[in-house]
Design a protein around this ligand. Structure first.
Ligand SMILES: [Zn+2]
Length: 364
């Protein structure tokens, strides 16, 4: 089974809390079964969210806007006011943030700049789900056209859906020694996004890592985890780490190798913590010849990736990705974008990093 096609085409957009996300979990479990593994689900309760496409008019003209993955609703008018900016994660410069204010200056809603891609993408706001103000995202180019005092009409439509369930999909490859290395990727997508690159490629990547490792004698166990609900603030991986902490099982995790967007993109990104693991990952990339082929970007394992919660609890963790790419979080993120060479290289690096940690885990 090729999980890029199966998730991005057969299932399609699969935001957390939807029936499509449920089907995606079943597809991943089936792929693990095809490898001779016995998957199980880690279920958790979720307050779901169903977004509508935001309607944005600026000075009477319709502008494209992406929904926030979790926001309170709003329907009304006001004036634009710039409230701050943040460093652009790619490409340099600053990304402005705006409020929509009423005549008394009270903030009614937010217009944030899409941090990645060329379009107005669905994305998360800075705030946690339960407190996120009515929010929509505009493209970087449109954010530059917004001026204080411009008249805005905005409708942010979205419904919180109680009683939903989500599932992390887990399968274990046994090994000789104690503990295991987690190999992970999220399988959910954003609103209206087929998510071929983000992150059907990562899920197919962990399937291939397992395929390679299942033929070898392993020094320790390897645990595959396909995380749910990443696109709503890393919720599935957070549940996994919180649950392992509660049950005093986080010590069993000797290391984490997470794959997120491995089929397209300008640069090889290796995000790893602590520094000893990052050094090992960069050396592995060098030995595979990847540093001759790609520009390398490095950083800690924290931030907008599922390795975040592990790294935050001092579990050695790495995320491998190719980034950025223009179609990120857009309906155009389809399988035809996938460069098989990038996937092969990311999988080879992941296998090297898993094997190295099986034999010699990084000290916490
Ligand atoms: Zn992703």
């Amino acid at each position: 089974m090729n999980l890029v096609e199966a998730l991005a085409v057969d299932v399609g957009p699969r935001p957390a809390g939807t029936g499509a996300a449920e089907r995606a979990a079943d597809v991943v479990a089936e792929a693990f079964r095809e490898l001779g593994l016995e998957p199980h689900f880690q279920e958790f309760d979720l307050l779901g969210y169903e977004a509508d496409e935001p309607e944005l008019e600026v000075e009477g003209e319709r502008w494209p806007a992406g929904p926030c993955m979790y926001a309170h609703p709003f329907d009304g008018s006001g004036a634009v006011r710039r409230i701050g900016s943040s460093a652009a994660p790619v490409g340099g410069g600053r990304l402005p943030s705006f409020a929509v204010v009423d005549d008394g200056g009270r903030e009614l809603a937010r217009l944030l700049t899409s941090p990645f891609s060329t379009g107005a993408i669905p994305f998360m706001s800075t705030h946690v789900h339960v407190t996120t103000p009515p929010t929509a995202f505009v493209s970087r180019a449109d954010a530059e056209r917004l001026q204080d005092g411009m008249r805005v009409r905005l409708r942010v439509g979205g419904r919180f859906l109680p009683g939903r369930r989500e599932r992390n999909v887990i399968a274990d490859l046994p090994g000789a020694g104690d503990g295991h290395v987690v190999v992970s990727a999220h399988y959910d997508s954003v609103w209206c996004g087929p998510g071929a690159i983000d992150n059907a490629t990562g899920v197919e990547g962990i399937r291939r890592v397992a395929e390679k490792l299942s033929k070898r004698e392993l020094a320790r166990g390897v645990r595959l985890v396909a995380f749910a609900a990443e696109e709503i603030k890393l919720t599935g991986s957070r549940y996994y780490v919180d649950e392992a902490t509660l049950r005093e099982q986080l010590g069993d995790v000797k290391g984490v190798v997470n794959l997120d967007c491995i089929g397209r993109g300008d640069k090889l990104n290796v995000l790893a913590s602590p520094a000893a693991l990052l050094g090992r990952a960069v050396e592995a990339a060098r030995q595979l010849g990847l540093l001759d082929r790609y520009e390398l970007e490095t950083g800690p394992a924290t931030g907008g990736v599922d390795s975040h919660w592990f790294a935050e609890r001092n579990v050695p963790a790495a995320t491998i990705l190719f980034f950025p790419y223009d179609e990120y979080h857009l309906p155009a993120d389809s399988p035809k974008l996938v460069d098989p060479k990038l996937m092969d290289d990311a999988v080879a690096l992941a296998v090297a990093l898993v094997e190295s940690q099986l034999v010699q885990p990084i000290a916490r």
